[in-house]
Design a protein around this ligand. Sequence first.
Ligand code: ATP
Length: 444
Amino acid sequence: MFRIVRCNDPFFSARHAEGRIDWSSGDAGDFFDHLVETIRSGEPVALPYAEHFFTDDLKALRLLEAIFVSTAPVTFFCRELTLPAVLMRYAVIENEAEDYRAFDPAIAALPFSADAKAVITENIHGFPYLRIEELLTAVAAMPEAAAVEYLLDNKRNLLSRNPVLEVMKVGGGIGDIGGLAELKQWIVERRSNFSDKARDFGIPMPKGMLMLGVQGCGKSLTSKTIANIWNFPLVRLDFVNLFRQGSSVEELIKEAVTVAEAFAPIVLWIDEIEKALFQDDQSAEIRRVLGWLMTWMQEKSRPVFLVATANNVEVLPPELLRKGRFDEIFFIDLPAADEREEILRIHLERRHRDPKKYDLAKLAAAAEHFSGAEMEQIVVDGLVADYAKGRELTQKTLEEVLRRTVPLAVTYEEQIKKLRMWSRGRARNASGNIRVESLFNGQP
Ligand code: ATP
């Protein structure tokens, strides 16, 4: 019987099949003669990566003649079904389902916590099986945190071969995001929803989320942090750049999504999704691609979590915002007073200052209408000012810097109001029940 088997790792599958033929024997011509002779003599043959072997149909025909006289099994293991049509015509074509459970015992034997083992189980997806064996051997000798990082690093390296996916390595956790309590709780709760156990419990696979909001209030920060909190790799899909690659955008995006699926679980981030829609000349194509992406998001079964952000809702196509497309649409407003306090604390601590030495409530009250990015800048500007004076950062300097800074919200008052109006009833407030003080003379 002649079989062509599409599989995860042709070397691995051939090694476990009867009659493994060794590629390393002789040069290409000798190897072909050796292969034909082995088949003709009635010995079983298992050939890995057979798709790289056939340069012309003549070879395929010679081989078929040998296969016809043999009674032993001949199996070609491939990654891609790109073999000559004549071979495909006579073969039984099989798809070997990817099954990573074979590695469960090796993972269970690792000297790590259950959580770390769960992360490793999730993250071996996408690697060739032989590589997984090597990786598991390597991580067994490492401390737990280093082992998880090593695996994720290897995954990032493989992913970075795709031209349109930008693999990002970011630090930070939930404690680096100030305010946005509702959004943070939502993220933490979703962590366990990617598992088979969650499916058995009746929870659908998380699809993705859209964050809309005021500039500089933490959309990008949250997008990057999600992947870290979940221990998934983060890849950014640069929508605008896709159109500069010269090939079909649809093809590029489909290929990127295929790669992302192979390596799932993964967070796929599209920043400022509306920016692409401003490319007038290609907007029809962008809409089509977005449509395809939305359909894919509905139908996908692999844990690829799409995080999209937008500053301007007016240009977003309604189909993108329809209920059920994303798991949730969050609106991120300017931070409320207690959120501003938290953001100040985070940025002071990041710069090794003790927040207890400052009257944060007073600073936060004075920073009405400031975004998170602007709060950070206040701390940086304060440091620069006091460093120039040769002294430690003081409350007085921070207050002065605040006084002379005009927040962007003042210039973008109308846009922010529009965004707020739009989000009512359409999006969930990322800050939750915190009452955001009304902007601009008591107007909503
Ligand atoms: P844009 O729409 O301009 O891209 P954004 O909403 O994505 O803005 P970020 O890029 O996340 O805003 O914010 C810029 C920086 O400001 C962050 O890297 C972070 O240092 C700081 N920042 C913003 N919001 C917060 C927050 N809620 N908590 C802590 N830091 C924040």
